[in-house]
Design a binder for this molecule. Structure first.
Ligand code: CA
Length: 441
């Protein structure tokens, strides 16, 4: 499916919400990212990010500024307390809601002029809202799609055999834990667990001493599939609602001791932070690109993972960055330290459509709101490595922060913030907002 670019992507569009017209915002009127928020512990409400404000969709429906199927979907999401009913409705419904929201937030439409008269009712400043996990995530699967990450980690642990022989054939993944997925801003407790750093000593139980983050992109599933009915790769995009950012917090010392033979378990399941806004596949249409990681000598994907439009448009042009602020930096009011910056499309070997096709190829059913994460997105250069394990090469090359502190792994009080931004000439840049968490002991 070739993504469709329409009037909602027109770079000339401006919003009557002034902050949406600033060049640096992640949320111009061309984005229309969807989320869930509440104010002062009230009910969870569906909303749209617009500049530094949230358009309250329940208020939009109450004022009858949306009607028909779109209004009923908003009401269903409001009573459900999650965006799942919209995701389940499918890509056509999501696209018609996007068109209606674009008209409502533009400054040159009749709908926009009417909405503007109700600014005080319709808008909530984002700083005054609590942003929630936007969808009810039934299942979470985490992949290993960055070939640079897989090669780096392989080199650390298996110098002679960095990339395992299945890597270029199978999108490797494991089943993660959905219950511990938390919204951006919620604190992360340092996990305790069993470790054995010294193979001559006995294992011990205690707080992790090698706590790490993992920069990942999340794929939120829209319409699901029936058990036993695989999703063909050619229609995989119609089952993807959109993307978000994911921090798959990881305890490396627990992981090293527990992961053989069945893979990650308690080293990963204590917390996973996601960014609060679902950036829809429609919003991302202008930023579809081929992946840059497959070489001429690489094997062609097996037929169930191969599709012409996925080859030409399966990737997303996203610049990703990770920022760290230590407690002393925060006290000294220093700016966050840029730990890494890289690009999604030049890091990963498998596209989101390939992940969907592979995940369902055995008949496994995906459901609306399921989360598939890419795995750590590391690029080819040291500056683009998406976790501290790689960035400091297992702690052997510590980072120096502006305060003179050094980091091998995360310390208590460290705040990790991830950002993602899409730019392409001729189009308005859009972003994902923040995926942030502070570590406490
Ligand atoms: Ca991961």
């Amino acid at each position: 499916v070739i993504p469709a670019i329409d009037e909602t992507h027109n770079s000339e569009l401006r919003s009557w919400v002034d902050s949406a017209n600033t060049p640096t915002t992640d949320f111009p009127v061309q984005n229309l990212a969807l989320g869930l928020f509440r104010v002062m512990n009230g009910r969870a409400r569906p909303g749209v990010a617009i500049g530094d404000q949230i358009l309250d969709l329940t208020a939009v429906v109450d004022l009858k500024l949306l009607d028909g199927a779109e209004a009923r979907l908003v009401e269903a999401c409001a009573s459900d307390g999650a965006l799942n009913p919209l995701l389940a409705a499918g890509p056509e419904q999501m696209r018609s809601l996007r068109s209606a929201l674009s008209l409502l937030l533009r400054d040159d439409s009749a709908q926009g002029r009417t909405a503007r008269e109700h600014t005080a009712t319709l808008l909530v400043p984002t700083v005054d809202a609590e942003l929630l996990v936007p969808v009810r995530i039934g299942d979470y699967s985490d992949f290993y799609t960055s070939i640079h990450h897989a090669s780096n980690v392989g080199r650390m642990f298996r110098p002679d055999n960095a990339l395992l022989p299945n890597y270029k054939w199978v999108p490797i993944g494991y089943h993660g834990r959905a219950s511990s997925i938390i919204p951006s801003g919620e604190g992360v407790h340092r996990p305790s667990g069993q470790t054995r750093d010294d193979s001559r000593a006995l294992p011990v139980f205690g707080p992790s001493r090698r706590l790490d983050y993992e920069l990942e992109v999340g794929v939120i599933i829209g319409r699901g599939n029936a058990l036993g009915a695989p999703i063909p790769i050619a229609s995989a995009d119609t089952h993807i609602a959109g993307l978000c950012l994911v921090n798959d917090w990881s305890a490396r010392d627990i992981q090293t001791w527990e992961y053989q033979p069945l893979g990650p378990f308690l080293a990963k399941s204590f917390a996973t932070t996601i960014s609060p806004w679902l950036v829809t596949l429609d919003a991302l249409a202008p930023f579809r690109v081929p992946l840059a990681t497959r070489g001429p000598d690489d094997p062609a994907p097996l037929a169930y993972l191969d599709d012409a439009s996925d080859r030409s448009h399966g990737g997303f042009a996203i610049e990703l960055s990770v920022w760290l602020t230590s407690a002393p930096m925060r006290e000294a009011k220093r700016a966050p330290f840029l730990v890494s910056t890289g690009r999604y499309e030049s890091s990963v070997y498998w596209t989101p459509a390939q992940l969907v096709a592979h995940h369902t190829s055995n008949g496994c059913n995906l459901r609306p709101g399921d989360l598939l994460a890419t795995g750590t997105v590391s690029g080819p250069t040291p500056e683009s490595r998406g976790c501290l394990l790689e960035r400091t090469w297992r702690g052997s090359e510590p980072l120096t922060l502006p305060t003179g502190e050094t980091r091998r792994f995360l310390e208590d009080g460290d705040e990790v913030s991830m950002r993602g931004r899409c730019e392409r000439p001729g189009f308005r840049p859009i972003g994902f907002g923040e995926c942030r968490g502070i570590v406490s002991g």
